[in-house]
Write a protein of this length. Structure first.
Length: 185
């Protein structure tokens, strides 16, 4: 719809110019006919002057006719030039539209590539954090296992585990079971 609107906008000044020139041409033709009628009415007055005025009338008719032909030729030439300019302008607008569309597509493609790179970077970071967390969990289990091993060694070295560490025998057995479970894991 925008191309028809733009064509209308381009054609308005051309139509106005052609209409003005056509009005001028019609005015010239009507004055030519009025002048031709006045020379024909003058002919009966005198035959000598009529012959001269007839020749003058024919000359003026020929001059007017050649002027009209030149004017029509110029109008046709202007019309052809205007149409050619209109076609060129429309072609340029179509090319500009296509270039704008291509530019927008390139921008969208670049943005999509950028977002894909950002997503892959975030995924790598997430995997890295997951690996780091896994390492920390393993280290925490190892530290807990070492602490329980130390506790078991201390308890086994002492003759009375309740006295040295202040732990009842039930807790000692519980710690041993947890230690065995952790070693299995």
């Amino acid at each position: 719809m925008s191309t028809s609107d733009s064509r209308t906008e381009v054609m308005k000044p051309l139509v106005i110019k052609v209409a003005f020139q056509l009005f001028f041409l019609l005015d010239l033709i009507s004055s030519f006919h009025n002048g031709h009628n006045s020379t024909s009415t003058e002919c009966p007055e005198s035959e000598d002057q009529g012959g001269i005025s007839l020749q003058d009338g024919q000359k003026s008719n020929l001059q007017n006719k050649s002027k009209l032909e030149i004017l029509v030729y110029n109008l046709e030439n202007r019309e052809w030039n205007s149409e050619a300019r209109c076609h060129r302008n429309q072609s340029l607008k179509d090319k500009e539209f296509m270039l704008t569309e291509m530019r927008n597509m390139m921008i969208e493609k670049t943005q999509a590539e950028f977002f894909l790179k950002e997503i892959s970077l975030m995924e790598r970071k997430t995997r890295g954090w997951g690996n780091w967390k896994q390492k920390l969990d393993i280290e925490a289990r190892n530290a807990e296992l070492l602490n329980k091993l130390d506790l078991v060694e201390k308890l086994s070295k002492s003759s009375n585990p309740e006295i040295e560490l202040g732990l009842p025998k039930k807790d000692y057995e519980k710690v041993l079971k947890e230690l065995e479970q952790l070693q299995k894991d």
